[in-house]
Design a protein. Structure first.
Length: 423
């Protein structure tokens, strides 16, 4: 849901002003830590010195390779056991008394496209770990999911004037289809179909880019053909990363599309590389959700996107600082897990940022030199493994029946990047 600082939407109970004020004051007191816990790069010549200062996580005992593999395998088995007959994952079941605004059928196709794509991504990345019957099951599962994507993935579009959840489906779908294209080496006909499907997703991202650049998933204002609402930093970053994925297949898009998205993120970036939730909040830099604890689930993806597009100020030190902050201050993000109401937790955190934030954190680790990764891999695995459910899944926010597969796919992809073999 879009975070609303002043109003309560019919479909989402958001911050109550008094509660927010008390929680914010308490958070300010708790957030302050002894100076010894804060890392300050000595004589840093970084143009944004606050971006390379932050807390350090406490020492841990690194999870073993066997423990990581076991977690991945349990997640893979969950996806294999819960795939739908049509090849997709997730559906409009498991409703609750409070559901987010989801006009049918478009919103649910967007949710299913996203959850299925993230599950595909996890399976495609994990499949080479296995041989024998499990490998055959994985390949068969991916084949069924691929068939669903080819059949229904080209139908995704905007649900109505307000809801643009489809941008998530286009972005996550692009990443999954690129992985399927890599898997289809030697089958030129299939690769051509997959490339065409990626082109469709990119064309739709171009169509639904917001008038002032970037992407969001609501247009509460004018409901115009070109969305006139406020783009959000993290949605824009996810879409920009998807465009980079599409480039691998030679798919073209206008240069201005990416440039306007980058400019939107930069307008929302604060000196410490926290990112405002959306452009409509960028003039409120110390509002709870815009502060570092509120940005834990956004800074990883925004930093990664800017770095991928050549922004040199997003250095290795910036990535490491924000990874350490994610680990050290993980409680602020974790406390919102499984809350049924978006943004009701401290710092306006919504549950669905949890595995999303760690998913892109894992990709940030991949940006670092090999010798610098083990510390960050160990901490990430140490966070994710204990949160795995008894059935092998992970989930952070109850979104009908879509969240189990989506979050499990993200967690699998994240843990794969924690393996030493990933280096």
């Amino acid at each position: 849901m879009r975070f609303q600082p002043r109003i309560v939407l019919n479909h989402s109970l958001l911050f109550i002003a008094a509660t927010s004020a008390v929680a914010g004051s308490l958070a300010m007191a708790i957030e302050a830590k002894p100076e010894a816990e804060v890392s300050v790069e000595e004589k840093s010549d970084h143009p944004y010195p606050l971006a390379v200062q932050g807390p350090k996580p406490k020492p841990i005992t690194a999870p073993t390779e066997d423990a990581i593999l076991e977690g991945i395998t349990r997640g893979v088995d969950y996806l294999l056991e819960n795939q739908r007959k049509n090849g997709a994952w997730g559906g409009p079941q498991r409703t609750k008394s409070l559901n987010i605004y989801a006009p049918v059928p478009g919103a649910h196709l967007a949710f299913r496209m996203g959850s299925t794509s993230l599950a595909i991504g996890g399976l495609c990345e994990a499949r080479e770990l296995y041989t024998g019957d499990r490998r055959k099951e994985i390949e068969a599962s991916i084949d069924r999911a691929q068939e669903w994507l080819l059949k229904d993935g080209g139908q995704l579009r905007r649900a109505d004037g307000t809801a643009l959840y489809n941008v998530w489906g286009h972005a996550f779908g692009t990443a999954a289809i690129v992985k399927l294209h890599e898997r289809a080496v030697g089958d030129k006909e299939l690769q051509a179909k997959l490339k065409e499907l990626v082109q469709y997703q990119v064309d739709r991202l171009e169509r639904y880019t917001f008038v002032n650049g970037g992407w969001g998933y609501y247009d509460f204002d004018i409901h115009s053909r070109v969305p006139a609402g406020s783009p959000t930093s993290f949605t824009t970053a996810t879409c920009l990363i998807a465009l980079k994925d599409a480039e691998k297949l030679g798919v073209k898009y206008p240069e201005r599309l990416a440039k306007k998205g980058i400019d939107s993120i930069l307008r929302q970036r604060l000196p410490d590389f926290s990112y405002a939730y959306g452009e409509y909040l960028r003039m409120m830099p110390r509002f709870d959700i815009n502060r570092p604890a509120g940005s834990l689930g956004r800074s990883q993806v925004c930093n990664l996107a800017l770095r991928m597009y050549g922004r040199e100020e997003v250095t290795n030190e910036v990535l490491k600082t924000w990874l350490d902050r994610l680990y050290a201050r993980n409680g602020w993000l974790s406390i919102g897990r499984k809350y049924p109401v978006p943004h009701e937790s401290h710092f306006g955190v919504a549950g669905y940022f949890y595995y999303y934030g760690h998913y892109y954190a894992a990709m940030c680790i991949d940006e670092l030199p090999l010798e610098e990764r083990p510390h960050f891999q160990a901490h990430l695995a140490n966070i994710l493994l204990p949160l795995q459910e008894k059935d092998g899944s992970w989930w952070d926010y109850p979104l009908y029946d879509y969240h189990y597969s989506a979050d499990t796919g993200m967690a699998i992809s994240s843990l794969l990047r924690c393996q030493k073999s990933a280096e």
